[in-house]
Design a protein around this ligand. Sequence first.
Ligand SMILES: [Zn+2]
Length: 384
Amino acid sequence: MSRVFFLGSGASAAAGAPLIGDFMPAAAARALERSRTRSRPITENRLYAFLNLAFGVGEAQFRAMALREAGPQKKVSGSAPADPDFMFVLGALDVAISEGTSFGQSIVRKASRGGPTKGYDLSGNELARVRQELLSSVVAAFGRGPATSSLYANFVAALQPTDKLITTNWDTLLDFAIQSLNRDVDYGARPMTYVDAAEKPDNAEAPVLPLHKLHGSLNWLFCPRCSLVYANRRQNTAPIRGKRPYYVRCHVCAPKKDSSLQAELEAVLVSPTLLKTYRIAQLKQVWINAQSALALADEWVFVGYSLPIDDMWVVAMLLRAAATQRSFKQCPKITVVDRSGEPVRSRYARLLGWPVLDGGSDFAEYVQRMSRDLYNYPREWNES
Ligand SMILES: [Zn+2]
């Protein structure tokens, strides 16, 4: 018997990961801090320039957004304009970068020493830098880790040896929980080099648990020159060089000691709205492996994944895996664990055309039942 667990944002929220609503405040706070340390006005920051031009965010709103970083206790007055939606910001950047379109010249100016000041041309590489700045704030919001989650630790402890995991989440709470239980995460993407905090190859011969991260991960970095993906299973962003994850460089396709010749690494965090997976071959592999795990499994368990309408890539993958199961005259046992309960379960039933079991609304309770079941399984499980 083999099971596949598909974990969405609801699972990580239950495990204590920051919510998506925390990302824009984190980005604004970081941008303000960088301007302060460089003694430059915030209007010279390119993330601010982009939000100002594309989303109409002014200086006061930007500062108010940064104040929300510390959480609801610091909430500013109710009349303040709402923060732009993080996924809209990332999606707008991704579409413009992939289509080669431009937002034009920014209204705010950047300083140019000894010459006239000019705006940012918000196209191409400048947009890529805005994107990098935004995503490095996300990494900062999650912290370098290893953050722990007792819910995920209990979940991993209750898994069977043949279980496989798929997730749309970027956070590494689950990855670190697996490592803390002396099992090695296998992301199943090649070429990928695993590095620990000291940038040494990680050759621990621990039992491996497949974890397919469909939208990338906070602890992966991609070299756009040699196409290598670096992964660090103990810390977010890999490898860590200096203090700024934003400027990490590839030491495989250039001399290790000369950072001036090394290519800048990119975060591997893909927005679900525009899945640019196929630019990074390793992500394509992740999707192939995830689909094959689903196609071969006897049981599918969805946790905190509500089948959002903008995730057509996931829907299409589920349908391909379902078609494979049907052509072998199989039908996986399907369970949905979701806070929304019946409405989400019926979405799954309508999509897949199979019966869907109620796994309850509380992930923690479901994990408790999993742990109890662990002892009721046939003896072969406990002996392996
Ligand atoms: Zn490289």
